[in-house]
Design a binder for this molecule. Structure first.
Ligand code: ZN
Ligand code: ZN
Length: 396
């Protein structure tokens, strides 16, 4: 009898101790969440322990870059062209995002992989996802080099893989097969679910990969679709749209690009499906927020732009030069710094057209068109890592 009592008393003491420990850890967890929310939350109105979800479709011209933020966790899906490295670097810096939980390179083309070096130059990362570990381009090699500096190896995800990003869940829907000679149709396709809202990122997947994903029978229905391949006509097919049934679509595309993206036919299919479209070429950065029930959008400019207007407007002259490669001629790019004098603290001026870099005092800079200029603050090695060569005149 006495023995049983002693045993019960011992069990009670242990239970009490365990409870104290649990309360303690619970508090630590809350504190950790608060710190995370303070450093990474972008919403002024979000409170420390309120859940939040945002996607920033960053305007990187004829390229893709989307930043997904959920409950203090961060994922960058693509980083624009190599020349966007400094833009991505500054974007992360201005939002104090020093850590990326996931960095995703949907496929190895430069307009997706190119700027990721800039992201890794500012932020540390935990995981890198890409359908390939090798690709013969300077941009991709830079990406791998910068991953290497942080001892990160590329993970090739498998279809069906699932992981969480804060309280959002991320599922890998593609690629079903990886074709080395067809990077677009080997794009990583991710579906992110946050509460009742969902987001589909399809990289540059074209009809072949769309069909493969449809055949796999996975759930595709999504509130927001990041339109595949910059709105090209070989993506966003009717069968795919019918399954995704998006309410909203975002097209990441460059103004007056030489491919004629987004294609008039794609816009017409989106119109038929009654989808509200946002476009980075017309509206700059597009930010989508979800409260778990519905989504809201804010854009950098032209909130009322007719985003379903025919692509032909202003694009028609350059349309016939549509090429098969991803790269667009640099002189069609429009930068936001068009009339800005050299900002104080600029270390180098980059020519986005020739891919040469100069000291701000170099005589070549005076002849450079404003739209080709990019002002860079940082080291020479960083500029070289972004794919630029030193000017032979000023030898920076
Ligand atoms: Zn692309
Ligand atoms: Zn591509």
């Amino acid at each position: 009898m006495g023995r049983t009592l002693r045993k019960t008393a011992r069990q009670l003491v242990l239970l009490l101790f365990a409870m104290i420990l649990m309360i303690g850890f619970g508090r630590m967890d809350i504190l950790a969440k608060e710190t995370a929310a303070k450093t990474t939350s972008l919403s002024k109105d979000s409170t420390a322990d309120a859940s939040s979800f945002e996607v920033h479709f960053i305007d990187v011209g004829q390229a893709d870059a989307a930043l997904v933020l959920c409950d203090g966790k961060t994922m960058l899906i693509d980083g624009g062209n190599a020349e966007d490295s400094s833009l991505i670097y500054s974007y992360l810096k201005s939002h104090s995002l020093k850590h990326l939980d996931y960095i995703v390179c949907t496929h190895a083309h430069e307009d997706h992989a190119g700027g990721l070096a800039g992201a890794l130059n500012y932020a540390s990362a935990d995981h890198a996802l890409c359908p390939v570990t090798n690709f013969d381009s300077k941009a991709f090699k830079n990406f791998v080099t910068y991953l290497g500096k942080q001892n990160i190896y590329i993970t090739v995800p498998s279809t069906g893989d699932k992981f969480s990003l804060g309280s959002a869940s991320v599922q890998v829907l593609g690629p079903i097969t990886i074709e080395e000679d067809d990077p677009n149709n080997s794009s990583i396709i991710l579906r992110i679910v946050y509460g009742d809202t969902s987001f589909l990122f399809s990289g540059d997947a074209e009809r072949e990969e769309e069909q493969a994903v449809l055949d796999s029978g996975c759930a595709l229905k999504s509130t927001v679709l990041k339109v595949g391949h910059h709105g090209g006509n070989t993506s966003t097919t009717y069968p795919f749209l019918r399954e995704v049934m998006p309410e909203y679509a975002v097209i990441s595309v460059g103004k007056n690009n030489s491919y004629g993206h987004p294609a008039e036919d794609t816009l017409s299919r989106l119109r038929d499906a009654d989808v509200k479209v946002f476009r980075t070429d017309l509206q700059g950065d597009v930010i989508c927020k979800s409260d778990g029930k519905s989504v809201t959008f804010t854009v950098e400019r032209n909130a009322d732009a007719d985003t379903l207007a025919a692509a032909g407007k202003g694009n028609s002259e350059s349309k016939q030069t549509a090429a098969t490669d991803e790269k667009e001629p640099e002189d069609t790019r429009v930068t936001k710094a068009e009339t800005t004098p050299t900002p104080a603290g600029t270390d180098y001026i980059l020519n986005k057209n020739t891919h040469k870099f100069h000291y701000p005092s170099c005589s070549s800079v005076k002849q450079m068109k404003d739209k080709n200029k990019s002002y860079y603050t940082g080291t020479r090695d960083e500029v070289i890592a972004m794919g630029y060569d030193p000017c032979k005149r000023c030898n920076p």
